[in-house]
Structure formats: C-alpha cells, structure tokens
Design a protein around this ligand. Structure first.
Ligand code: ARG
Length: 442
C-alpha cells in the first residue's frame, strides 16, 4: 500500500509552493481569529525552519507520511507542537494539492516564458545577421524558391511567440485560488478566501468548491502549450540535423553541441538537436497522460489525480532542457553562406520568377506562363544547365517574345529582393521585422 500510495518521491518538488500556501493560510486563519497570532507566529517560524532544512538537504523525508503535505505538517508539529496541529483548520489536502500544483505550474510558466524569449532573441539576432544570406526555400523538402536564412529564423520566432502566448493564456485562466474549497464542499469556518488568493498572487478565489478540487484542465492546457512548443523546437532540431548533414552542408555546429563517435573518428553528430527532437515525445506523452487521468473521473477528487504530477514535472523539466539547448545551438550554428547560395540557385528555384516575368512583361495569363516556364526548365535540364544558362535564342524557341531582360530576374538575389510584400522574404523586410522583434523582446 505504501509503495503505491506514497507520492513524496516526486511531489517533494512542490515544497516551496506547499510552504507558500501554508503561510498564506495561517496568516488568514490568524487574521479572522480562527487561530491566535502566537500560533501563527509559531507556524511561520516553524515553516521557515523547515524550508531551511529542505534547502540544506537535511530534511528527513518519510515515505510513511505519504506526501509533501503530510511530511511538512508532521515536521512542523514536531518542531512547534500544538500550533502545527491547528494549521490544517478549514483546509484539506484536496484544496492544498490543487493549490500547490497551480502554484508550481504558474512558476513553471514564468520560467519557460523567459526561456522562450531567450530562444526568440537568439533567433532574432541570427536573422539580423543573415537577413540577406540566401538559402533554398523548400516545399516537400524539394527546392522551391530562394529565401534567406534570416527569414527562416524569423519563421520560428513567430511560432515561439504563439507558444509564449498560449502559456500566457493558460496562466491567465489558472490564476484563481482553490484554497478554501477544503475537501470538496468548502468549510464552515469563517475563512477569507479572497485574502489568501490575494496573498498568493491570484486574481481571486475559484467560484465552485467542487470544481476547485476536481479540475486539472489548467495543467492540461499547460501541457498542450508545452507540447506545441516542443513540436516547434523539434521541427527546428530536425532542420539542424538535415542542415548539418555534409551532403547539405548548410550550417556547422561547434564541438559544444555535437559529439564524436567512439569508433568513427571523423564523426560530428548533432546530438543536441536529435535529443530535442526525441524528447518531444515525452511532453506529448505527458499531455496524453493527463487527459487520460481526467477522462473517466467522477467529481470530485480521486486519488488518480495524484498521477497528474510526474507528467507535469517531467514536461516542464524537459522543456527547460530543450529550450536551453535550442538557444545554445541557434547561437552556435554557423551558416555556410557560399553553400547556401549555391543550393539556393539549384533545382530551377527561380522558375516562379521567370513565370512572373512572363505575366508582368508579356501580359501572359499565369497558367500559360507556368506552362512556358515548364518547357524552359525541361530545356535547361536537357542541356544540363540552370535557367540562366540557357541562351536568349534557346529561350525564344519556346516563347519568341522573351527579351534579354529576363536574365535580370533569374538570380537568387533578384528573386529574394523582389518578394517585398508584407511578410515576404526580401532582405529589407527581414531586416525591418528582425529589428521590430529585437525591440519587442528587449
Ligand atoms: N498526494 C495527494 C495528491 O497528490 C494529495 C491529496 C490527497 N488527498 C486525499 N484525499 N488523499 O493528489
């Protein structure tokens, strides 16, 4: 029973939150006259002593005392006697744990938000440096159109800014205090839930005691925001894996973010990127686990809910690692501009520019221009050249109205510079957008 029942092995991570909650509860109990000010002082001092012991690593955790709440309360009573036994008045472990988990998730959101912003800053800095560094833009992982390394970096800044927004939304919704819901129905003691809510930085108390102890949707939302962010980091990691492959040779990572092989001396493996990609599964698993715990639970509290914590802790810790590794890799990687430019021009990547020229200059309907360009690509392919390698005469066998001017749109530089619509790939756009992000993130 003890082995399956005890949660102290993992929920001790919430000791700060548990003590914070108890301090607020005790202060309120004294304020409304349920306990004496002497008892409140004894509790406060006792809890400070416990915090110091935990911090110092000499707190005697006891599995027999089940969880973090009982461990702290039992030691408090040992230390301060009677007063410690009065702390639990008008409270239950059900609202206590709901409170602790909310506080823990709220702290995690604040920490992860700062880390997401750090990655965004790193990406933005690379975007400013490489606003005009052309690289191939892919669809289907096939050459599509030239873009710039800076534009590519800023695509991830946008994704991460939405992840940050999702965490902020989750935080807004979770920021209500369940403390005082007691076991499930509230309490007959004249407690002041508004006072404890305020003391703990909540916008106010929750409105329904049953909901307060039964609900963990705040945690599921947090885990979804984490899973989405992990998915974004995983896509970037996957690109780093591809880009560092020597057949691509788009970027290099230093030894700081790669490892060697124990047998193959030439190896430089992008392990950090692979681990970011691989760890995404844990976060997704935590979300699935949370929803699964909740889906069949009748109101209100069930011990199943003790299973909420490990997934939350693991997801948050995994995100901390992955965000730190990603920030480091983004700062570390060196784009190979010459190789990127070469690849940007390969695969007839300016074919769309050619078709657009036919539309603009010859007033050709786009579908016809698409067809003519297809024939020119076939011609170039047969000749073994790129589009700019065709002579004017060769082009004119396909479309006689083509003039010398067409060569002006076939370079990758002209291609990226032309895409100056809002949100487009043009270096001037990228520079402006990166500067905007830099200021917003300052
Ligand atoms: N360790 C428990 C949990 O994490 C605390 C709440 C226990 N409540 C109860 N009625 N047994 O959910």
């Amino acid at each position: 029973m003890q082995a399956i029942n005890a949660s102290i092995g993992f929920d001790r991570k919430m000791w700060r939150q548990d003590i914070r909650g108890s301090l607020a509860h005790a202060a309120m109990l004294a304020h409304v006259g349920i306990i004496s000010t002497e008892d409140e002082r004894a509790i406060r001092e006792g809890l400070a002593g416990i915090a110091a012991r935990i911090e110092a690593g000499d707190f005697p955790w006891d599995e027999g005392l089940e969880d973090i709440h009982m461990n702290i309360e039992a030691r408090l009573t040992e230390a301060v006697g009677e007063a410690g036994k009065r702390l639990h008045t008008g409270r239950s472990r059900n609202d206590q744990v709901a409170l602790d988990v909310r506080l823990w998730v709220r702290d995690a959101i604040d920490g992860l938000t700062g880390q997401i912003e750090d990655v965004m800053r790193a990406l933005t800095a690379r975007a400013e440096e490489h606003a005009a560094t052309v690289m191939p833009g892919f669809t289907h992982l096939q050459s599509a159109q030239p873009t710039t390394f800076g534009h590519h970096m800023l695509a991830y800044v946008e994704m991460l800014s939405r992840d940050r927004g999702r965490l902020a939304d989750a935080r807004r919704r979770l920021n209500e205090s369940p403390l005082g819901a007691a076991a499930l129905c509230g309490t007959g003691f004249p407690i002041d839930r508004h006072m404890t809510a305020k003391a703990l930085g909540f916008d106010g108390p929750t409105r329904n005691s049953l909901d307060s102890v039964a609900s963990r949707d705040f945690a599921a939302e947090f885990l979804f925001a984490c899973a989405m962010c992990a998915t974004h980091l995983s896509r970037l990691a996957e690109e780093v894996v591809i880009w560092t492959n020597p057949y691509f040779g788009f970027v290099t990572l230093s030894d700081a973010y790669t490892t060697g092989s124990s047998i193959m001396p030439q190896k430089r493996n992008p392990d950090a990127a692979e681990l970011v990609r691989g760890k995404t599964g844990r976060v997704m698993g935590a979300l699935t686990g949370m929803l699964t715990v909740l889906k069949g639970l009748p109101l209100t509290y069930g011990k199943d809910m003790q299973e909420d914590k490990e997934g939350i802790f693991d997801a948050a810790e995994t995100m901390t690692l992955c965000l730190a590794a990603t920030a480091g890799m983004v700062r570390d990687m060196v784009p190979n501009a010459a190789r990127l430019r070469e690849a940007a021009g390969a695969g007839f990547s300016t074919a769309t520019d050619l078709a657009d020229w036919l539309v603009r200059e010859l007033k050709m309907p786009f579908r016809d221009a698409h067809h003519v360009t297809g024939r020119l690509v076939a011609k170039a392919e047969a000749k073994g050249s790129d589009l700019a390698g065709l002579t004017l005469a060769e082009m004119q066998t396909v479309e006689p109205r083509i003039t010398e001017a067409i060569f002006g749109v076939l370079t990758v530089e002209a291609s990226v510079a032309s895409r100056a619509c809002y949100g487009g790939t043009a270096p001037e756009n990228v520079r402006r957008m990166a500067a905007e992000w830099r200021e917003r993130l300052a």
